[in-house]
Ligand binder design. Structure first.
Ligand SMILES: [Zn+2]
Length: 148
């Protein structure tokens, strides 16, 4: 599944794109990481994200790693890790199921209140990943998930 054409701006960027969001989130996390002498920061961007969101691409994270290296104290050594950047959401869901991830405690929806909408891109990718993994998403949705 991909993002529907109707959900794309003329430049191919999904309408759900939050401008430069990951730069802000990673910046805040790196501030905390440096203050706590952390050695790594993990971000869960995956391949379906970077198909549309510029700040989910490996090139963005590589550039941000350079920013971390030049923008922190000389003795600071924080590695920005992107373990899922080449994975599909289905592969992530499958691995999580193998590991017993408590998916009922996770959230993907762009809504800020329960239940998840079931229709935004994040919900659609999540529901498809669970279907592809042969499992059921344990969280509640406002729109009943399509079962096929
Ligand atoms: Zn949603």
């Amino acid at each position: 599944m991909g993002v529907a054409d109707a959900d794309l701006e003329s430049d191919g960027i999904p309408t759900s794109y939050v401008p430069f969001r990951n730069a802000n989130l990673v910046s805040v996390a790196i501030s905390y990481a440096e203050a706590t002498d952390s050695e790594a920061l993990f971000i869960g961007a995956h391949s379906e994200d970077f198909s549309g969101y510029p700040d989910c691409r490996q090139a963005f994270f590589d550039a941000f790693q350079n920013l971390i290296d030049v923008g922190t104290k000389p003795e600071t050594d924080i590695e920005l890790k992107t373990p899922f950047v080449e994975w599909s959401k289905t592969e992530i869901a499958e691995r999580g199921l193998e590991l017993g991830v408590p998916y009922d405690m996770t959230w993907s929806c762009y809504r800020d209140e329960e239940p998840a909408c079931g229709t935004c891109d994040a919900c659609a990718f999540r529901l498809e990943a669970f279907r592809n993994a042969g499992s059921r998403d344990p969280i509640a949705y406002a729109e009943p998930p399509v079962t096929s």
